[in-house]
Design a protein around this ligand. Sequence first.
Ligand code: ADP
Ligand code: NA
Length: 324
Amino acid sequence: MARIFSGIQPSGELHIGNYLGAVKNWVQLQETHPGALFCVVDYHAITGAYDPAVLRARRWGMAKSLLAAGIDPAKCALFMQSDVPEHTELSWIFTTLTPLGDLERQTQFKDKSSKVESIPAGLLMYPVLQSADILLYRADSVPVGEDQIQHLELARDTARKWNAKFGQEYFPEPKPLLTPTRRIMGLDGQSKMSKSLGNTIGLMETDDEIWAKLRPAMTDPQRVRKTDVGRPEVCNIFQLHKAFSSAETVAHVDAQCRTAGWGCMDCKKVLQEGMVQELTPIRRRAEMLDTEPQRVLDALASGAETARGIARETMREVRGYMGL
Ligand code: ADP
Ligand code: NA
């Protein structure tokens, strides 16, 4: 059985792009892959300027949101990266095997480093730590979005190099398990939904808040009047219908749009119903966890214990093979 590892940064409120593109997939994978490991990668969140109080709140918020979204600590290990110090230990070892040029060529590094005056070495080393995150658990499958394929390639190279150098087939070469929902478009209809672009719907937003965002959201730009026929295939609202509405509703929406039977507001109203139906239980569970924070702490403690048990054993063996 393939072992699955995946991580998410504690970067503030989850939005429905993160949910559909990553978290919902994890919730399904914990059913099919017992022993999956899901990690809130807080060490990755400190490579830029940040406020410790904000990070503390975000770590907590992310753990809570993942549990609210359906991550079940009885089925998988949910844990904080910094609770398992072996991540940084293996990361150091991997820095000794990683060519600097490979790191400098990473597109995410080029993007991010061009925006700061002084480049922290940690920003460059980010994919090395990410390789350690995965290989520490000798995971063979990593659910990721397209943007992470390059980083995973580095983890595969690192596994191969370590194995060749120390004469073992110890680390599997982790394979990407591409998330079925690749790219949710933002409400502007222009670019992918992303926190930094302010075009999101938050996972915990209320029914009214959702409607306030859906109402002005971009649809097919060629559909100006209600009598114009629409093209669902270019409409981001239709994409969301496919995520939140039943197959029957999706087919109906498609037909109504193409014949101008419905206006965009009619279509959005039906989408809102579907979203409210899926998101309300998540919001309720999050509210419940706010009143019972110990449940979040317990989940993280048990996740860390499971993860650390594996991590310690890996490091014991790795040190042995390396003469350390
Ligand atoms: P953001 O772009 O809002 O900062 P992150 O980069 O922190 O989001 O992404 C966290 C996870 O959610 C990643 O696995 C990423 O692939 C996924 N994700 C983010 N935005 C989207 C989107 N618009 N569509 C699908 N998946 C997304
Ligand atoms: Na991002």
